[in-house]
Design a protein around this ligand. Sequence first.
Ligand code: MN
Length: 260
Amino acid sequence: LRILITNDDGIDSPGLQALQSVASRFGEPVVVAPDVDRSGVSQAITLTRPLRVRRRRRPGLPPGDWFAVEGGTPTDCVYLGLHHVLAGELPDLVLSGINPGPNLGWDVLYSGTAAGAREGVLQGVPSVAFSLVSGGKGYPFDDILDWVERVVQMTIQEPPPELSFYNVNLPNPLVGPIRGIRSTRLGHRYYSKEVVARTDPRGAEYLWIGGRDVYMPDIPGSDCNAIRDGLVSVTPLNCDATCTNALRQMTDWNVESDHD
Ligand code: MN
């Protein structure tokens, strides 16, 4: 099996090495990842700056093909991985992650981890994104590898339908034993709306955005609930973001003249 691996946390992320080690059980993975942490860039593609792909050979990295893209986003990495590093011979799978932290509910709109998988789908390859929820207990990647392997195995048996991919969140086994796997829909996540204002050494104000506190309403069948129930959550996500509910109501928007 040929597997392309990327992430949004950068080439040095332990989660990337964990995913590479699982992929090694299935075949020869090729890793193409950002040189630094690009979390939160979603589907950004770099069109205004040059990119450089550098082979990484150094002690500490597991054996295999490791490439860092200087200044690259996850989307850049998948694009260059497929059309430059692998030179047009499409792999069987694109795997993205393992992100240290959840990508639940609306997180997936901001997530570079999810975007790595979405880009794989848009380029015609079945894709999966993986994230590990901390729950305040850190990120024991070594303890979840067998669950990741099970999801990869199930993906090979039942790939996501056309133009969709699997977004996978794993509960933290240090919070409680992982009880199984559940297919889910996106839940809702409300972050506290914090803006932290500070002053730089020259007296000018700077800001950090993003709240620490999250509220997740109880929605049966959601990814958030699965994590709370100690289950691996697998959410199929569609690249087609059309709102079919609205479209059904929008009949009176249709105006077409009879002549050119
Ligand atoms: Mn990340």
